[in-house]
Design a protein around this ligand. Structure first.
Ligand SMILES: [Fe+2]
Length: 470
């Protein structure tokens, strides 16, 4: 069993409900306020960084934590909880040693000699960021690395996969699965050429198409988008610049003069087929969805003015709003080349999601986590945006109560896009009590139909996932 240390530093990500937990546990018959819907069947999953052995508590970055999954399995109105570490090679190596082996992204230049043994990968596949479910397989993802296969419902780690040797590039935390064709589209970015690579995996899990994508300069490209026929790449200006780093600046930073462009390529296209469209500079960390309407491609995403990727957690309050996205839409006319773009909502939100069954096809609704305006990486509530009425509804968790990404879980036998539930973990910081809240997606403002009072603390994390009962 892993042991997490109690932090004595003021590192934002090692304190309060960001701090890791040590135990892997199971729970049943938990206290429930309201009633767990009978037509909710499947696994709610949440993953995030849960560091065990830390090289430097001062320099620790939240992207460096070992992946831990918290899961609730819903059956016939009851719930069963489990949390497990993702047993990656790097995690196991540090468990065997009983101490750190990998130093972390902010400590790369620290002169302390490396402890990475000969033959082990130089970077840790953390498997801590997000999930994909495709070809009946659950993957835990980490964008510089290969996907890690996880078994359901027990959350056992099978290990990393390279798709029979065919995956030769990093694999984003946000691949897109088109449920109509069964295909999973993925990409990876790197800091040496090719800066971007792209692949399609067919419905049977076979990687059948790969191509490099040329961009001028390496950028932080966390997400992309896929419509019915096209794949969209976001060459937006969070650039990697070693000259800037040598002259004392951050290696990874917002560089407005880089501009912003969206590359549009047929799903099975190659580098030469990409058409680039200039758009207004800004930052997109997460997209929501993309689809086609006649000659136009519509892209919806959370977009902010700027971002501070390296310093996240230390941004002063008056600068925070510039780093908080708003739901934004681009219309790209492939015939005329015209771009129409602008915000859809004034609310600051991210972790934008749609009903996964409708991904890559036209959607009416986007769900998002509403930012707290005062503290980084903190979410006050959940919102549902309706493209038809161009308005949103919200539910706020209440004073000192913060949530994470809410995932959409379709009701068994669902008949409409929003026929289902939004599920997320919420933490009451006053009571130091974690909860799992279940909200009817057709009545978000009403708040939870059921709240599971968690017997154990669930730290704040990254992304959520839903795998319906099969
Ligand atoms: Fe993400």
């Amino acid at each position: 069993m892993a042991e997490a240390k109690i932090s004595s530093t003021d590192n934002f990500f090692l304190n309060g409900n960001f701090s890791p937990i040590a135990e892997e546990r199971d729970a049943e018959n938990m206290e429930v306020q309201g009633n767990i819907p009978q037509d909710l069947a499947g696994n709610f999953l949440r993953i995030g960084p849960n560091p065990v052995h830390i090289f430097s508590e001062e320099a620790y970055h939240t992207f460096d934590g070992d992946g831990m999954i918290h899961a609730i399995e819903f059956t016939d109105g009851s719930a069963r909880y489990r949390n497990r570490f993702v047993q990656t090679d790097g995690y196991k190596l540090e468990q065997e040693r009983g101490d750190w082996v990998y130093k972390g992204m902010n400590s790369m230049l620290d002169p302390t000699p490396s402890r990475v043994p000969e033959g082990a990968p130089s970077n840790k596949n953390l498997a801590n960021t997000a999930f994909a479910f495709h070809n009946n397989t659950l993957y835990a993802l980490h964008e510089p690395s290969q996907p890690t296969v996880i078994r359901l419902p027990g959350l056992e780690t099978e290990g990393a996969t390279d798709f029979d040797g065919k995956l030769r590039h990093p694999f984003t935390a946000h691949p897109k699965v088109d449920q109509k064709t069964g295909e999973m589209m993925t990409f990876g970015y790197a800091f040496q050429t090719p800066f971007v690579s792209y692949s399609v995996i067919n419905k049977d899990g076979e990687l059948i198409h790969s191509t490099p994508i040329t961009i001028e300069k390496p950028v932080f490209m966390h997400d992309f988008a896929v419509s019915e026929k096209h794949t969209l790449f976001l060459d937006f200006p969070i650039t990697l610049d070693f000259e800037r780093a040598i002259s004392g600046g951050p290696a990874l930073d917002y560089e407005e003069s880089h501009g912003a462009r969206i590359g549009v390529m047929p799903r099975f296209g190659t580098d030469a087929d990409v058409r680039w469209f200039e758009v207004k500079p800004g930052v997109v960390v997460h997209t929501a969805n993309a689809w086609e309407e006649g000659d136009e491609i519509v892209l919806q995403a959370s977009r902010s003015k700027t971002a501070d990727i390296v310093g996240v957690g230390s941004i002063p309050e008056d600068k925070l709003a510039d780093t908080h996205g708003q739901l934004y839409q681009w219309r790209i006319n492939l015939k005329t080349g015209a771009i129409t773009e602008g915000p859809l909502s004034k609310l600051h939100c991210d972790f934008t999601r749609v009903n996964d069954d409708y991904a890559c096809h036209q959607t009416r609704f986007v769900y998002g986590a509403v930012f707290n305006p005062k503290r980084p990486f903190t979410f006050d509530g959940v919102m549902k945006y309706d493209s038809q009425s161009a308005s949103e509804t919200t539910y706020y968790y209440g004073d000192s109560r913060y949530g994470g990404e809410a995932v959409f879980a379709p009701r068994v036998g669902a008949s409409a896009e929003d026929d289902g539930y939004l599920i997320t973990f919420v933490h009451d910081e006053g009571a130091d009590q974690s909860e799992c809240v279940i909200i009817d997606a057709q009545d978000v403002a009403a708040g939870p139909v059921a709240t599971i009072v968690m017997p154990f603390r669930v730290p704040y994390g990254f992304h959520s996932g839903w795998v319906g009962a099969r």
